[in-house]
Design a protein around this ligand. Structure first.
Ligand SMILES: [Zn+2]
Length: 392
């Protein structure tokens, strides 16, 4: 084990986490998030990063004195691909707020622009602009272009970075799902190794886009092995509790995902125990369930004594309080999960932690539960954890 899982769980935000105020997140002991993620692309469109800069940076603008990570804006290349055109110069977006699709209003995001925006925002961790290709794209040539372009763009990002003393610029490993020797992931990693003296931390990009779990963990494993042990490794866009437990065993330190907050708004509460580890509180089975979501949880919903039945009713009525309470619970749950993982790593008992987590989620078909998925078994074996040995 080389990871410390020292900061985890970030929430994509346009300057505010949906359903919760900064004060709630800051002051609530159950949540107590150490870092949040600001969306550069959205901040650049609204209110504009010059304004954020003139207001003293995003920390001050949001009244947030803890960590902020900003993405490059490149993530939107995949998520808004229909609106983007990628060339060596940068990415050109159609303004998504423009109703007329044929409007001439376009926004060019070059590596230099991405860095200027992030310097204006003043985030603690900035991400380099990378050329993202959907992991399930069937175009080897495009992956190759993107891998080498990501390296060239990284150099342009570092050249444009005006505050290297106060803002950490992370590089993002690309290379599709090509994990073979001499493959694209390896080429990208080799390019980063040559630049390691400039790079304070690394992200693993281009995953969580619909690839198989078997392909997914192999890329994570390859990157974790190749990246230096003394710098953080951030796995982008991954946030299912099981994925976090497995990928931390492989060596990942940081994660971000919209899953906990998005699923909360759909009425799904995250809980420990049997897979999938969720309660769909809109379901009628909870209409007279007097229990709180999770015993021992200090979130606003559980601490406030909201029963599952009460939440069920609020959700059915689309009461905004329901979204707030569910969001509070899911963030609290993720923070509880990552804190307990980190503690186990620091106390050198992460293997036992994984064994217990897997046992709780999958009790085995002989007990009427689900079998441990093969990809989980394989990934954990690669991390030196044999589930056969867990049973002993
Ligand atoms: Zn709770």
């Amino acid at each position: 084990m080389t990871n410390y899982i020292y900061l985890l769980c970030m929430f994509r935000t346009k300057g505010t986490i949906k359903s919760l105020t900064t004060e709630e997140i800051c002051n609530d002991d159950a949540l107590n998030c150490p870092i949040i993620l600001g969306n550069t692309y959205h901040l650049a469109l609204q209110p504009g990063t010059e304004l954020v800069r003139d207001m003293g940076g995003l920390h001050k603008f949001m009244h947030w004195n803890r960590g902020i990570l900003t993405d490059s804006g490149g993530f939107q290349m995949v998520s808004l691909l229909k609106l983007a055109e990628i060339t060596e110069e940068g990415v050109t977006f159609a303004n998504p707020f423009e109703k007329d699709a044929n409007s001439s209003e376009r926004m060019l995001l070059r590596p230099e622009d991405s860095i200027t925006h992030q310097n204006n925002i003043g985030s603690d961790i900035m991400m380099a602009l990378d050329d993202v290709v959907s992991s399930v794209a069937d175009n080897d040539e495009r992956f190759e272009i993107a891998t080498y372009r990501t390296l060239r763009w990284l150099d342009r990002c570092f050249a444009a970075h005006s505050k290297p003393q106060t803002q950490n610029l992370f590089a993002i490993v690309q290379g599709g799902l090509d994990t073979k020797i001499g493959g694209l992931r390896e080429k990208c990693l080799a390019g980063f190794r040559a630049r390691d003296h400039m790079i304070p931390g690394y992200a693993i990009g281009g995953l969580a886009g619909g690839e198989s779990k078997e392909e997914f963990w192999k890329v994570v494993d390859q990157c974790c092995r190749a990246l230096p042990d003394d710098k953080p490794r951030y796995l982008m866009g991954v946030g299912y509790p099981l994925d976090l437990v497995v990928c931390s065993a492989l060596g990942v330190d940081m994660y971000d995902c919209v899953y906990p907050t998005r699923t909360a708004r759909f009425g799904v509460a995250l809980v420990p125990g049997e897979a999938p580890g969720t309660l769909r509180l809109k379901s009628n089975e909870f209409s007279n369930d007097e229990r709180i979501i999770m015993e021992g949880c200090a979130c606003a919903a559980c601490k406030g004594g909201y029963s599952r039945a009460r939440l069920h009713t609020l959700l059915k009525r689309n009461n905004p309080l329901a979204a707030e309470l569910m969001t509070s619970h899911n963030i609290a749950y993720m923070m509880y999960l990552v804190r307990s993982m980190r503690k186990a790593v620091m106390e050198d008992r992460y293997k036992d932690y994984v064994c217990n987590f897997i046992h709780d989620q999958f009790r085995g078909s002989e007990n009427g539960g689900q079998d441990v998925p093969e990809w989980v078994q394989n990934a954990l074996l690669a991390a030196g954890i044999s589930l056969e040995e867990c049973k002993k």
